[in-house]
Design a protein around this ligand. Structure first.
Ligand SMILES: [Zn+2]
Length: 506
């Protein structure tokens, strides 16, 4: 099957090509075959021709950090700090255990939203409560297989009891609650590695390489040395990105301080920091931490909307860029972004850093934000040679935007209007691996009304929110105390923008 995009305005992101050019783009199978001057490419009767005059063709957007298992929970929680938020997010209650069908449907919910507005690739750091099973893993992967989105999927599981992951609680919790938090998680190292063997053995490299696995340890404080080493080995053996959340919150900075070294340096000392790592968030770090990341050649997944929703703080964008650290952009989970729309993430990334530095010369430019969104995302996925640019031999992951929309009228500066004006309304076509998966606002791979109806019905069958609140209530006073103690700790760094002197030590 061949598709010819004729007379497009092309923003190829390909090294060595002009920033924009008028071009024809021929797609053959799942590959970009030819890029040539507008109107110059002949075509035969079997070629599907798409007239792209007054349209922009560019690489599809890449969501570098996401967790699919809470796709059905967007808007369900008020804004809360991460540690409190996690009490409510996905408690281990029998009534909340998903069926494989529910896992399939909820995965499609966000995939549909991403594809419609032009996201063609996602890195899904999927966590499962109480534990992953081969059936649930198959359900998630089947959803990505069916909808056409390119996906890297990891299993984000802890193998340690909760009590050691947070500061102070060991000393403050009453005995019964402490004992509950000291219980090991249901799946240990062997069970989790068996799930990885299932994921890699059955799904890695399938659908023509569109579906791939990744490794994830969730966070350094959540896994044993043995499991961390095994995951690092898996990542090395199969050349998988290795996802790790490090220093998202002030409370995590305090945890590291109490242990005598920052969680970045802990992760590095345990031998797991490498150029395969996607460091997620990277907010509460000092210069030495960023130097560790830069030296290792690891990249950072920046989730500016989630970081605001949970009040985590602002990642110092320019300090990372100055060190040559590759930054990719992500929505994070749908319960902490609420819309999994990468245009919104790009706009937030283009705005939030402006209030962190009085020197406007250090603020992100639109071109830098697009570089993070496209090239940074491809790098994070370890797919620079396959996606993130429109050039012969690359995978045909592309989107076509109508330039005759309010976002681009009049067309003053393409990059700035992509970052600050576009919200997905101009996306007319989404192609992944040469297949058109959404066109003119309609998904071609998913029956969206049926999906919405089934998602509503399945969500209604889950245990009510009352149960979740009841389960969290006993812990809440101790978690709040922990959070406020951490907020008052002297860390010698500021990653928020307070309007008042909210603690003397900030
Ligand atoms: Zn995350």
């Amino acid at each position: 099957m061949k598709t010819l995009f004729r007379n497009a305005l092309l923003r190829s992101f390909a090294p060595g090509r002009p920033l924009t050019e008028h071009a024809d783009i021929l797609v053959a199978g799942d590959i970009i075959d030819t890029v040539a001057a507008a109107g110059s490419l002949p075509h035969d009767a079997q070629t599907q021709v798409i007239e792209a005059k007054n349209h922009l063709v560019m690489p599809g957007l890449i969501n570098a950090h996401f967790h699919s298992p809470v796709n059905h929970l967007k808007g369900s929680l008020p804004s809360l700090p991460l540690e409190i938020f996690m009490l409510y997010e996905s408690p281990n209650l029998p009534g909340l255990k998903p069926s494989p069908r529910f896992a399939y449907v909820r995965t499609l919910l966000a995939a549909a939203e991403m594809l419609k507005v032009g996201t063609t690739s996602v890195q899904d750091d999927a966590f499962f409560v109480p534990e992953p099973t081969p059936e649930i893993i198959d359900a998630v992967m089947q959803a990505y297989a069916d909808c056409g989105l390119r996906a890297r999927v990891a299993l984000d599981q802890s193998n340690l009891p909760d009590i050691g992951k947070l500061p102070y609680l060991e000393d403050t919790l009453p005995e019964d609650l402490r004992n509950t938090l000291a219980a090991p998680p249901p799946a240990g190292t062997a069970e989790l590695l068996a799930c990885y063997a299932h994921l890699i053995g059955n799904w890695h490299g399938t659908c023509g390489g569109r579906l791939m696995a990744a490794a994830s340890c969730s966070a350094p404080q959540r896994v044993s040395d043995e499991y961390l080493g095994a995951l690092d080995d898996l990542s090395k053996t199969h050349d998988l990105p290795f996802y790790v959340h490090i220093l998202e919150t002030r409370t995590q900075r305090v945890l590291g301080q109490l242990r005598g070294r920052s969680l970045v340096q802990d992760f590095s000392a345990r031998g797991a920091l490498s150029d395969r790592c996607n460091i997620i968030h990277a907010i509460w770090m000092d210069d030495a931490d960023y130097d560790f990341i830069a030296r290792a050649g690891a990249c950072v997944a920046h989730n500016p909307i989630s970081n605001l929703r949970l009040g985590s703080g602002v990642m110092p964008f320019r300090r990372l860029r100055e060190r040559g650290i590759t930054i990719a952009l992500g929505t994070d989970e749908a319960i902490a972004d609420d819309s999994v729309n990468m245009w919104g993430v790009a706009k937030m990334a283009g705005l939030i850093h402006n209030i962190t530095d009085p020197d406007y010369a250090r603020w992100p430019t639109a071109a830098e934000v697009l570089d993070c969104l496209i090239t940074g995302g491809a790098h994070a996925m370890r797919q620079r040679a396959r996606i993130g640019a429109i050039a012969p031999g690359m995978q045909a992951d592309l989107i076509m935007l109508d330039l005759d929309t309010l976002a681009f009228t009049p067309l003053n500066d393409l990059d700035r209007q992509l970052v600050y004006c576009e919200n997905g309304f101009s996306v007319r076509l989404t192609m992944v691996a040469g297949a058109i998966v959404a066109r003119d606002g309609k998904l071609l791979t998913i029956d969206e009304p049926a999906l919405r109806a089934e998602a509503r019905a399945l969500a209604a069958e889950l245990a009510g929110a009352g149960q979740t609140e009841q389960a969290a209530a006993a812990y809440l006073p101790y978690y709040r105390d922990m959070y406020l103690r951490a907020a008052a700790a002297n860390l010698g760094m500021l990653r928020a923008v307070p309007h008042r002197d909210w603690t003397a030590s900030c």
